[in-house]
Design a protein around this ligand. Structure first.
Ligand code: FES
Length: 208
């Protein structure tokens, strides 16, 4: 809540409490994702940076994909206008969330060679940087996964030291991920961004 609303809630609780009750009741038949997307659009309309980040996080945690967030912004174009849509995209770019990158959306994606397969240990996790992008390559028995090394919370570039066995702990705010599935298993909710991969010509390739 903004400082101004906080102030009004304390100074005029009799006027403000019905207002908050109204907001709560107004969306009660909508699912959480739709509610968060509509609130996000209202924050874009008001151009409040803090509110935008708060409801973007809420929308993503409620299961909205990056494509759905972009669609919601474009659908609201007649009300928002070009200036506010561009403002929202600038906010997204500043956050640099992995799921909003053009490559993650499939807009400029291509295959990139990561390393020869004979350099990949049968078990364990390696961090590699290829063409400006850091990835974790995790191999365990039959499991081979490639993840973007940026944390899905606030894009911290997670270092190799963050690997402990089959777990990855982001130094940013301590979100813990299971490297076998990419799932966030402590503190947060969003998984690591898994990249499509293939083995070809004895090399491991990833798509971004
Ligand atoms: S940036 Fe990784 S937990 Fe916050």
């Amino acid at each position: 809540m903004s400082r101004a609303l906080d102030y009004l809630t304390q100074a005029r609780p009799d006027a403000m409490q019905p207002y908050f009750a109204f907001l709560k009741a107004a969306g009660r038949r909508l699912d959480p994702k739709t509610r968060a997307l509509i609130s996000l659009i209202s924050k874009v309309h008001a151009q409040t940076e803090r509110g935008f980040r708060q409801y973007l996080t809420r929308a993503l945690r409620s299961g909205a994909s990056a494509d759905e967030v972009l669609d919601a912004l474009l659908m609201a174009f007649p009300m928002l206008g070009l200036t506010r849509v561009v403002w929202a995209i600038d906010q997204l770019l500043a956050l640099d969330l992995p799921e909003f990158r053009l490559s993650a959306l499939g807009a400029t994606a291509d295959w990139h060679a990561l390393l020869p397969m004979d350099e990949l240990p049968a078990r364990g996790t390696l961090r590699r940087e290829v063409r400006g992008r850091a990835v974790f390559i995790h191999r365990q028995a039959d499991t081979l996964m490639v993840y973007d090394a940026r944390c899905p919370h606030q894009s911290t570039d997670v270092p190799e030291l963050a690997v402990q066995g089959e777990r990855l702990t982001c130094p940013g705010h301590g979100w813990v991920f299971d490297l076998n599935s990419g799932a966030c298993i402590q503190k947060g909710k969003r998984p690591l961004l898994a990249l499509a991969h293939k083995v070809e010509d004895s090399q491991l390739w990833a798509f971004w």
